[in-house]
Ligand binder design. Structure first.
Ligand code: SAM
Length: 284
């Protein structure tokens, strides 16, 4: 049974990191004229209403896009992300918030393609309602862990895959590693972006996840953002993006972006929250 609904979390600090990095990745890849394919194994509903019941119930977006939006003019690095939100909200604000498929759609070009997978019945209906009219978009109601490798290599064989499961069940961590191994075997030149949560000490599985990824690829670029210090039991204090085959010098771009996000989104002011951008290598 799938219980996770992204509407409760849309626009939170983890979405800001994920969608900010996704924006920079797509902008870098589209700087070259060749067409590309964007794949999203866990696409969600595509578009979220931050004035709606789900977002209001948790209020998570308040400390995410809610904090960042007033600072958008000081963050030119993320102009593409902010412009996408602004276009969705012609009367101002950020209440209509783009999920990864909608954001990608806005950043991609007429000759690029999007392949989106979503397993939850009502979420895939929302996704269809939000994006179906776009001829570049192909939506699959299926398990993204098996669907992503099965659909590879894409045509054209240039592109980016986002792997963004809920991690509500512990098995998701091992599934992600298995999914990357199978996908990378079929499409070794693809760019992969894997989102993961940073949880309280007793529950944090991020190191296990990174080691699992390094079983099939020689190195990953890791970008992590924490908005408060890690404690033993507090839930999600931060999150990370693990990138396989990122564009050349992408680490330098992240080293510009991440401190800005950390300064904007920190909640404890103790300096214990923060950011890191680092290459992790497989050990022989
Ligand atoms: N990528 C989206 C974004 O950034 O806007 C958010 C995705 S949300 C974190 C995870 C989604 O994965 C949920 O919509 C959930 O229904 C879906 N899901 C859970 N298990 C899945 C599976 N095995 N295959 C495909 N989708 C799945």
């Amino acid at each position: 049974m799938l219980s996770y609904l992204h509407g409760f979390h849309a626009g939170n600090h983890a979405d800001v990191l994920k969608h900010g990095v996704l924006t920079l990745l797509i902008e870098t890849l589209t700087a070259k004229p060749k067409p590309l394919v964007y794949l999203d194994s866990h696409a969600g509903a595509g578009l979220y209403d931050l004035n709606g019941e789900q977002a209001a119930k948790t209020g998570e977006f308040v400390d995410g896009i809610g904090r960042l939006w007033p600072m958008r003019h000081d963050l030119p690095e993320l102009a593409g992300y902010f412009d996408s939100i602004a276009t969705l909200n012609p009367n101002g604000g950020h209440a209509r918030y783009p999920g990864s498929p909608e954001l990608a759609r806005r950043l991609l070009r007429p000759n690029d393609r999007l392949i989106l997978m979503e397993l939850h019945k009502t979420e895939v209906q929302g996704l269809r309602a939000a994006l179906d009219g776009d001829p570049r978009v192909h939506i699959h109601h299926r398990n993204g862990f098996e669907g992503l490798p099965a659909l590879l290599p894409p045509k054209p064989a240039r592109g980016l895959a986002l792997i963004d499961p809920p991690y509500e069940v512990k098995t998701d961590y091992a599934e992600v590693a298995r999914c990357l191994a199978a996908a990378h075997a079929r499409w070794p030149t693809g760019v992969y972006a894997i989102w993961y949560p940073r949880l309280g000490l007793d529950r944090d599985q991020s190191e296990t996840l990174l080691q699992g990824l390094l079983d099939s690829v020689p190195r990953v670029l890791v970008a992590e953002l924490s908005v408060r210090a890690q404690t033993r039991d507090f839930g999600m204090h931060g999150s990370g993006m693990a990138l396989v085959n990122p564009p050349w010098q992408f680490d330098e771009r992240l080293k510009t972006l991440l401190p800005q996000l950390a300064a904007a989104l920190t909640l404890d002011g103790t300096g214990a929250s923060g950011w890191r951008v680092a290459w992790r290598e497989a050990t022989a």
